[in-house]
Design a protein around this ligand. Structure first.
Ligand code: IPD
Ligand code: CA
Length: 270
């Protein structure tokens, strides 16, 4: 399953990079004018979907650009796909976008699924992140381990913002409360890479409100297999309203702080 995810993700990454080199065009906007989809997002998703259908005709499929035609399948497995995560970076030519493919047991519900394998490919850097349940996370051949840092004041923390400007303003309040208590903040612009960066020790922690299943399905497994705790607030699993990731002891310090900041900013916590 992982080999299939890797092969298709690498081919999809080559396709996305070729289209990027030829020039990117916005096809439509989605939840807000800032939330765009390019023709390449759609073409890459079609490529991934048809490749998976050829190899695994009985599995379900849930992809960002075809939620209307998501299919449940009959095998009990579902492929959760973001054809291009970091679309705004892709549009501007910022070299931080990725193809994200995961296979989960169960349907496309992050609260109940069990992630089995995941692959995230950054075509620009040629980086291939992979993980399999209980078998570790890798960047290429190299096994990944999260940073063991325990001191929040020394933590480099990644986050992201909503496509809705009203919510972004509230997220700004959370950020204002956090930034003085950590080493610094990074907003890289691609949630799956943020999670892989936690796995690779390039970030100490990551939090974001309002991710969708395809944003974190593969990245959360990769971070977890590198030793991160990846969760929502309290008993919730990662997804909406929040995805938190860091080594478990650092997260035990960060989570209550973020919970209070979310509450004060008027952002939902459950
Ligand atoms: C977005 C990116 C971004 C995050 C947003 C996501 P997209 O995904 O991962 O970093 O802040 O929440 O929606 O739209 O580029 O696939
Ligand atoms: Ca996307």
């Amino acid at each position: 399953m992982l080999e299939l995810a890797r092969r298709i993700a690498v081919e999809a990454a080559e396709l996305a990079a070729r289209r990027r080199a030829a020039g990117v065009e916005v096809a439509a906007s989605k939840s807000s004018p800032e939330d765009v989809v390019t023709f390449a997002d759609r073409e890459v998703e079609l490529f991934i979907r048809s490749s998976l259908a050829d190899a695994r005709p009985n599995d379900g499929f849930f992809g960002e650009e075809s939620t209307d035609s998501a299919s449940a399948g009959t095998s009990g497995l579902t492929w959760v796909v973001d054809p291009i995560d970091g679309t705004v970076n892709y549009l501007y030519g910022i070299p931080a976008y990725n193809i994200s493919i995961a296979v989960v047991e169960g349907d496309a519900n992050p609260q109940t699924w069990r992630a089995l394998a995941g692959c995230v490919v950054n075509p620009v850097l040629g980086e291939v992140f992979t993980a399999t349940d209980a078998r570790g996370a890798f960047l290429g051949q190299q096994q990944l381990h999260v940073n063991p840092l325990l001191d929040l004041s020394q933590a480099l923390v990644g986050t992201g913002f909503s496509y809705s400007s009203d919510i972004r303003v509230k997220q700004g309040l959370v950020l204002a409360g956090l930034i003085g208590q950590v080493r610094d903040i990074r907003r890289i612009g691609a949630a799956a890479l943020d999670l892989c960066n936690v796995a690779a020790g390039r970030l100490d922690a990551y939090y974001e409100r309002g991710l969708s299943p395809w944003d974190h399905a593969a990245g959360a497994l990769i971070a977890r297999e590198a030793g991160a705790l990846v969760k929502g607030f309290g008993d919730l699993r990662a997804d909406r309203p929040v995805t938190l990731a860091a080594n478990p002891r650092l997260l035990a310090i960060l989570e209550p702080l973020l919970f209070d900041l979310f509450t004060s900013a008027g952002l939902e916590t459950d």
